[in-house]
Design a protein around this ligand. Structure first.
Ligand code: ADP
Ligand code: MG
Length: 247
């Protein structure tokens, strides 16, 4: 494995006094793409939210190292500044804030201050990848966006922010085939442009077709119960999770 960017050891997480993650181990090498699969309610989003430092998620024991630093000691802001990014299953709407303002200030907060002219130039290049009309920059964040447009707006942020590690939480669910293809091309462009690392939470193989997947993990019962290469995805899609649930 290349130098590791994320190392999670024996992680226990409770949400509202209920233990959801029960000794989870996960390692991601720099520049690698990992996939997490698991039945609904297994704790996949809980893992992502815990990595991002959302306050409802209480780490009761275990450790998380990100870029050789103790992630659990960092505020959510610091985590984003360090290069951690996550797309959400249900992106929020922010009336009154334009997509351009939102993304430009996020870039600035992460240390990439750009003139308006440079921002627009970079933005229009990335929007081309996603087949988005530049007029979206002037629209209020996610207000009235279709499901597919919200996901594209998130991948647009990914391409502009260029994080070190991006967590994509079911970015492909509920999208039509064309939207999945465009989102997948955007994720591939992120891989190619930044050589960043990815943790992709997904149920479908469509988004993975054009991506180079290094490792697949199966999350069940609050732990990683199986790991393998991308052939594991086909196995799960054919045979379900039952075999892993018994273990
Ligand atoms: P997955 O993403 O694998 O479908 P989640 O991580 O969303 O699963 O949820 C795992 C369990 O944790 C579920 O029982 C869910 O209800 C609970 N849970 C997750 N987040 C919260 C929260 N913010 N408040 C209450 N319960 C939560
Ligand atoms: Mg989820």
């Amino acid at each position: 494995m290349s130098q590791e960017i994320l190392k999670v050891e024996k992680l226990h997480v409770t949400v509202q006094d209920k233990e959801i993650l029960k000794g989870l181990d996960l390692e991601i090498g720099d520049g690698e793409t990992h996939v997490i699969m698991g039945p609904n309610g297994a704790g996949k989003s809980t893992l992502g939210n815990t990595l991002m430092g959302k306050e409802e998620y209480n780490v009761t024991s275990g450790s998380i190292t990100f870029m050789n630093e103790d992630l659990l000691e960092m505020s959510t802001d610091k985590r984003a500044k360090m290069g951690l990014f996550m797309t959400f299953q249900n992106p929020i709407e922010i009336p009154g804030v334009r997509l351009s303002e939102f993304v430009r200030s996020s870039c600035e907060a992460n240390g990439n201050k750009m003139s308006l002219w440079n921002f627009k130039k970079a933005a229009s290049e990335q929007m081309k990848v996603l087949n988005m009309d530049p007029s979206y920059l002037d629209r209020e964040l996610n207000v009235g966006f279709s499901g597919g447009e919200k996901k594209k707006a998130e991948i647009f942020q990914l391409l502009m922010l260029k994080p070190k590690l991006a967590i994509l939480d079911e970015t492909d669910s509920g999208l039509d085939v064309d939207a999945v293809r465009i989102v997948s091309e955007g994720v591939k462009a992120y891989q190619e442009q930044t050589h960043g690392s990815l943790l992709i939470i997904t149920h479908s193989t469509k988004i993975l077709e054009s991506l180079n997947v290094d490792k697949v993990h199966v999350l069940y019962g609050g732990k990683i119960v199986a790991e393998g290469d991308s052939s594991l995805i086909g196995d799960i899609n054919e045979n379900g999770f039952e075999k892993y649930m018994k273990e």
